[in-house]
Design a protein around this ligand. Sequence first.
Ligand code: ASP
Length: 299
Amino acid sequence: MPDPMIEPQAERPSWAIIVHGGAKSIAPELEDAHRSGCLLALVAGQAILEAGGSAVDAVETAIRVLEDDPTFNAGYGSVLNAQGQVECNAAIMDGRTLDVGAVAAVGGLRHPISVAASMLSERQVLLVGHGAECFARAHDGEMCAPGDLAVERPDGGCDTVGCVALDIQGHLAAGTSTGGLAGCPQGRVGDSPLPGCGLYADDAIGAVSLSGDGESLIRTTLAARLIHSLEAVPPGPAIEAALTRLAGVGGEAGLIVIDADGRLDWGHNSPQFAVAHARAGQAARAFTERAQDASGELS
Ligand code: ASP
């Protein structure tokens, strides 16, 4: 007879992955495109994890798919700043080593997340503008004319893309990529490429990726708060606490989380937040609102 006083421990899934397509309002006619775009990216990342690949590779691969999809404001499909220019930001963090690679305010990269991933082996964490382009050229980054990334966009708001993954070795990684906010001043950088603000990953605790009002996320160092909460509580309550703190300064956000035990969850105070997730033993699913995701037991 099992001891009724001992809580059954859920087994950690061998791998898990969650991607998002931005915290914002999604017009009803664009919901399918958001769900299917997130699913496509998820499946690409999932294939890496199932084959025994690393969480870092899964995150980069999933975000490359999102950067290719003009539904999302990242890579191809980025919004324009006040000068009519594309300026992308992206970052990736390896929870195994705490290495971070990030690029910001850069226009000519076909896949900003891959240039950020190339920086993981460098001492520097963040390169901006022309310096980031020079680094990309020197490291076989795929270059393009900044205008090649722009498309006609019917929607606005926040829609950074992001991904968090746990691999079968037990390592975590997080990533973000964004075209920033439409009409913002030239050179403006939000939370997305800043560890502790738009993303964080630490194998001992968990990994998180955020979207939303970048200035509010920076002021509250929301990714760092989320990570600290995860040291004490499961992802669900940690997300709730982070959104409560954000409410104190205002601003919309969406958050995705996997903790060191492979517990996965997500939340938002924006009207919608496109998300897809999967883990070993649980098929891929996509949603545009947390309330649609019946897995209340996610955490
Ligand atoms: N957080 C991003 C930024 O402020 C925007 C977004 O999430 O879409 O640049």
